[in-house]
Design a protein around this ligand. Structure first.
Ligand SMILES: [Zn+2]
Ligand SMILES: [Zn+2]
Length: 254
């Protein structure tokens, strides 16, 4: 299939007005929950002001959780889903095209991804924020809301971080953040694309790849899911590679 054909496949899956309304609804609901949590945090700041260690912990936990969820989402799309799932079709096409033509990422609209990711953020954060607002969480309540807010903002902005992992030329401050390990580096993310798309899934900064990933999180989850469902990991991704005459190499063990 030619590159032109993938563009056609992608445009077939372009968003309809109802899907755009769906994305906007997700963004508004997620923003509302986030705002409610932050208002609650600042309204009770005098009474429940988190101490410096709790603030630092909230920051690290929010960043780590966002990186981990970015990796789990990327892994799920690379490993298990295919374009025949109507609800996920556009996202799967986007991910497959990105493997075959990595620079296509710069054609993807931030707003589209932010809309879809807002729903995922809403599902994960709303129970936490509403739980803290309704029942409190003692002295840690403020830190939990702060960590949740950091998590949500980073997760919804995932595409911007992913693009940093592809840009050959970056401003100095981005390169410094990448060198310090605080932001996804081109070197870290290139190992996902140069191999068989089964390594370095995380796209915020790679912290979860270097910890849980190296400990075998993704291979362990695949083993469990394969045993339970009989499904073959990366079946659809390998089909796409063969369709474009790209080499399918052996899978990494961790
Ligand atoms: Zn990429
Ligand atoms: Zn991938």
């Amino acid at each position: 299939m030619s590159e032109r054909a993938t563009v056609d496949a992608f445009s077939v899956a372009a968003d309809t007005p109802s899907k755009i309304r769906f994305h906007i609804t997700g963004a508004v609901l997620n923003g509302t929950v986030l705002l409610a949590g932050l208002v609650c945090l600042f309204a009770t700041w005098q009474k429940n002001q988190p101490s410096c260690p709790w603030l630092l912990l909230a920051l690290l936990a929010g960043v780590y959780a966002a990186d981990l969820v970015s990796g789990l989402l990327h892994w799920a799309f690379d490993t298990w889903f295919d374009e025949d799932i109507t609800f996920l079709r556009r996202m799967v096409l986007q991910v497959r095209e990105h493997h075959v033509f990595p620079n296509r990422i710069f054609h993807i609209s931030f707003l589209h991804d932010a809309g879809t990711l807002s729903w995922i953020s809403l599902i994960l954060t709303a129970p936490v924020v509403l739980g803290v607002m309704l029942f409190g969480a003692g002295p840690a309540g403020g830190s939990v809301i702060l960590a949740t807010a950091i998590f949500s903002v980073l997760l919804v902005s995932m595409l911007a971080f992913h693009k940093c992992g592809h840009r050959a030329r970056q401003p100095l401050w981005i390169r410094l953040l990448q060198r310090s390990g605080l932001l996804l580096s081109v070197h870290h993310h290139s190992q996902h694309h140069l191999g068989n798309h089964d390594y370095n899934y995380c796209i915020i900064n790679g912290w979860a790849d270097r910890t849980l990933g190296r400990l075998g999180l993704f291979r362990g989850l695949e083993w469990v899911i394969s045993r339970l469902s009989g499904a073959q990991p990366q079946r659809n991704d390998h089909e796409w590679l063969r369709r474009f005459r790209r080499k399918v190499v052996g899978r990494r063990t961790a």
